[in-house]
Design a protein around this ligand. Structure first.
Ligand code: PGA
Length: 246
């Protein structure tokens, strides 16, 4: 199974549902539709209406983050996995670099993953090194430390890992094919050592578009993509899927 996940970040108002409707109508008729899943993560404000609308349709809805407590608490503006699930989301991103840079620690992320899974949300766990770490050849040790959050007791079937090098997010810069192949294999090796020889799906994210996806598709170890900028346009998002299967 491949995954195409659209991360809208701080984008979207109620009428933006039209973008997802177009994506859904392509997806539900695509001859390759059984080979992949499409998930859109709009901001919290749109999760309920989008989830209701797409409930019996092909596209799935997720959230971009969740708070590290399970149900209700006195943390102002916090939104728990229980609350997200209650409005129909099926997935949540956890550990996006935007949130790590705002203070998410491994300990907080462990709670997020645990409570999300407990509330029947599938977790898309984001990892990735920054430019300095890459230049200092620290990529592998950084990734290994980030992956430590995942534990054997978690159900690997409900976890997807997204490798997103921070220097690539929104910059148009992407890793070389060889580099990405090595890193993906490394990530899967670490995951296999946690999850009894079986790795969860591993996605790539960072400046994915309809052109460069042709290069990524040669790397069979990559199970799909986390797409930011290009997911805000139905055409750009659909082009990625079309070119992947061309
Ligand atoms: P991008 O974002 O595709 O705009 O680089 C990816 C992400 O941050 O998930």
């Amino acid at each position: 199974m491949r995954y195409f996940i659209g991360n809208w970040k701080m984008f979207g108002v109620p009428k933006s549902i039209n973008i997802v409707k177009k994506i859904n109508s392509f997806y539900s008729k695509d001859k390759n539709r059984k080979k992949y899943r499409v998930i859109i993560t709009p901001p919290f404000t749109l999760i309920e209406t989008f989830s209701k609308y797409f409930k019996n349709k092909s596209v799935c809805i997720g959230s971009q983050n969740c708070y590290q407590k399970e149900q209700f608490s006195s943390n102002t503006a916090a939104i728990s996995p229980y609350m997200i699930r209650s409005v129909g989301a099926k997935y949540t991103l956890v550990g996006h670099s935007d949130n790590r840079s705002e203070g998410d620690t491994n300990e907080m992320l462990k709670n997020k993953v645990q409570f999300a899974l407990k509330n029947n949300l599938k977790v898309v766990f984001c990892i990735g090194e920054n430019k300095t770490e890459k230049n200092n050849k620290k990529t592998f040790s950084v990734l290994k430390n980030q992956i430590k959050v995942l534990e054997r007791k978690f159900n690997k079937n409900n976890i997807i890992v997204a490798y997103e090098p921070i220097w690539s997010i929104g910059t148009g810069k992407i890793p070389s094919k060889n580099e990405l192949l090595k890193i993906t294999i490394f990530i899967k090796k670490v995951l296999k050592s946690i999850f009894n020889k079986k790795s969860p799906a591993v996605l790539y994210g960072g400046s994915v578009d309809g052109n460069n996806v042709k290069m990524f598709k040669d790397i069979r170890e990559i199970d799909g993509f986390l797409i930011g900028g290009a997911s805000k346009s139905s055409k750009k998002f659909i082009d990625i899927i079309k070119n992947y299967y061309r």
